[in-house]
Design a binder for this molecule. Structure first.
Ligand code: F6R
Length: 366
């Protein structure tokens, strides 16, 4: 039942405040976050963990890429993130003190399962699943587990699974940071307070839907689009490009903004819309000069900024502002407008939003 929504995808986009609240429920009343959330052996395993290896596919892989920034900057822990189908056919060097984390909505993705098994045969001893399905193969085969409580995701394009994965990965970051003495209890309380506020912050991000819808008409006439982001928002740009490709069939590519001059700038003309994520962070100044480069080539810019980001609008630079600035949670909030953009462009194009051509919800074959 899709209630008042047009499709499961739209319903699932709007379910994100409650999906994230359910996933974080057990920490909402806590003063501190315990390793026990990840399983009874978690404390022992996490205190031996010297690095993290994340294995996943598609949208779940993008969640892993965001987590790398958090794990490095908050927990001071080295982290690699690998596409499962690549990892399983390489000869990587294993390390017994690495925690291998498989991220999967379905827990049945063949490549992710195979990559997790392969990591074990190579000598990686400790594994953790972040997964949305309690009875899945992934959950059965790992030592530790954390269930995202997004509820069933019906739309083929993943939405609420992604944001609940991110919330879970932030919990993992906090737990690992504490065990490594990288997080004071005061900072931890600050992060818990931010997580507590996350459902409300997601709710206010969703209110920009009508503005995004206004952009979708112009977008639907394009054949290609570029998505730009820097730092922790680069994987969010990748996720936005994937969503647009999947359901609107518009070719979209994401670039780390700093790479623009190294090639993709050659593509920019008035026919190439450029979507940029512009949080008000320390990289904003650099992003603005990237935007000027696009503008100077006649490119049309569509910028998603924070409430307090200083960016001047013009004929060819359109800005939609999120209601707030979310600090460490910013990548989670900036996901919302990109999901909405893909959805509304697909609506204008009249594609089969919940069941895009050629795609399956769970990829159980290679
Ligand atoms: C994109 C999408 C896919 C999945 C990927 C992994 O919207 O849904 O890219 O993210 O197939 O699936 P899971 O997370 O079930 O392992």
């Amino acid at each position: 039942d899709i209630g008042p929504y047009g499709h499961f995808m739209q319903k699932e986009i709007f379910e994100q405040p409650s999906a994230v609240a359910n996933t974080l429920e057990m920490v909402f009343n806590a003063q501190s976050i315990s390793s026990g959330l990840f399983g009874s052996a978690a404390e022992r395993i996490f205190s031996q963990t010297k690095q993290v290896l994340i294995l996943a596919c598609g949208t779940s892989y993008h969640a892993g890429l965001v987590a790398r920034y958090w794990l490095e900057s908050v927990a001071g822990i080295p982290c690699n993130v690998e596409i499962a189908s690549e990892y399983r056919y390489r000869s990587p060097v294993a390390d017994a003190n690495t925690l291998v984390v498989g991220i999967s909505q379905s827990g049945e993705t063949a490549d992710t399962l195979a990559a997790m098994n392969y990591a074990k045969t190579l000598g990686h001893q400790h594994s953790l699943a972040i997964c949305n399905v309690a009875e899945s193969a992934l959950i059965r085969q790992t030592d530790l587990r954390f269930l995202t409580r997004a509820g069933p995701e019906i739309g083929v394009a993943s939405t609420k699974a992604f944001t609940t994965q991110l919330a879970s990965l932030l919990l993992l970051t906090i737990v690992l940071a504490k065990l490594r003495n990288k997080l004071s209890s005061e900072k931890e309380r600050g992060m818990i307070a931010a997580l507590r506020h996350l459902p409300a912050a997601l709710q206010s991000s969703l209110q920009i839907e009508p503005e995004v819808q206004e952009w979708s008409q112009r977008f639907s006439e394009k054949r290609h689009a570029l998505f730009l982001g820097r730092g922790v928002h680069y994987p969010i740009a990748m996720e936005g490009a994937l969503k647009l490709k999947e359901i609107s069939y518009i070719h979209a590519e994401a670039y780390a903004s700093g790479e623009l001059k190294h090639g993709p700038l050659a593509l920019v003309d008035s026919e190439m819309p450029v979507v940029a994520i512009a949080p008000n962070d320390q990289l904003l100044g650099k992003l603005k000069s990237n935007l000027q480069e696009v503008n100077a080539r006649g490119g049309e810019l569509y910028v998603f900024a924070d409430a307090d980001t200083q960016i001047e609008e013009s004929e060819s630079l359109h800005v939609i502002r999120l209601a707030e600035h979310a600090g460490i949670l910013s990548p989670i909030l900036h996901t919302i407008p990109l999901q909405l953009l893909a959805y509304h462009v697909a609506l204008v194009k009249g594609t089969d939003v919940d069941k895009p051509r050629n795609l399956a919800k769970a990829v159980t074959v290679e």
